[in-house]
Design a protein around this ligand. Sequence first.
Ligand code: ZN
Ligand code: ZN
Length: 229
Amino acid sequence: AMPTSFNVDTASAGDDICSICYDALSTKRIICLHPCQHRFHRTCIMSWFESRQQFIRRQFTCCLCRTYASRHKDERGQHVPPMLALEVKENERDFADRRLRFEGLVRFWTSINRILESLREDKHRAVLLDKCSEYVEDIDDEMEKLRTRAELTEKIFVSHSLRSNQRINALNENMRTWMETVDQGGRTMDQLMLLEKNLDRASSELRKEKDAATTSALIRFRELCEAEI
Ligand SMILES: [Zn+2]
Ligand SMILES: [Zn+2]
């Protein structure tokens, strides 16, 4: 059945089809663009909005009529904000460079989790309404996509924390020195064995320190996110 919250008056012939994938609109969740009122599958129009050319300029335009879409409403009339596609390597790099400030990462993570919360409700409703498996899988796919983005946000936070950790930087320097020393050559077998033992010790110390710093960075990130919620 067609959702009732859309303006049916603007519906024209062929309006039951998603103009991006040419599949019936009823097979997946729908987004209605404002002001043009064109409708698409939510996941189809979101991947267009989240493409680099659209997202970087923040000028979300309708695929059909090129009208600037000021709001994108789901079937419950809620605005669905496009989220930066962090899984695209170029975007991840941009994000890491530009928005290293922790607040940016925290805000991104909390927005993602807010959307995930409403997707859990969508899925619950879809199951109650006995929607087809394609419809439910579409929700699962979007949740998976957003979970990946949330994980990448954490990863960027952790790698930034490790880079600015003085103890880890000192241990890295120590490792480099041992490696150079081993490479210099002209050593007796005994000297070489001793050097390699030192190199092993330095590398295991560095690994332990990194593991500990990673754990505490993740805990800190979660604390910051919880404070934001
Ligand atoms: Zn579609
Ligand atoms: Zn349009």
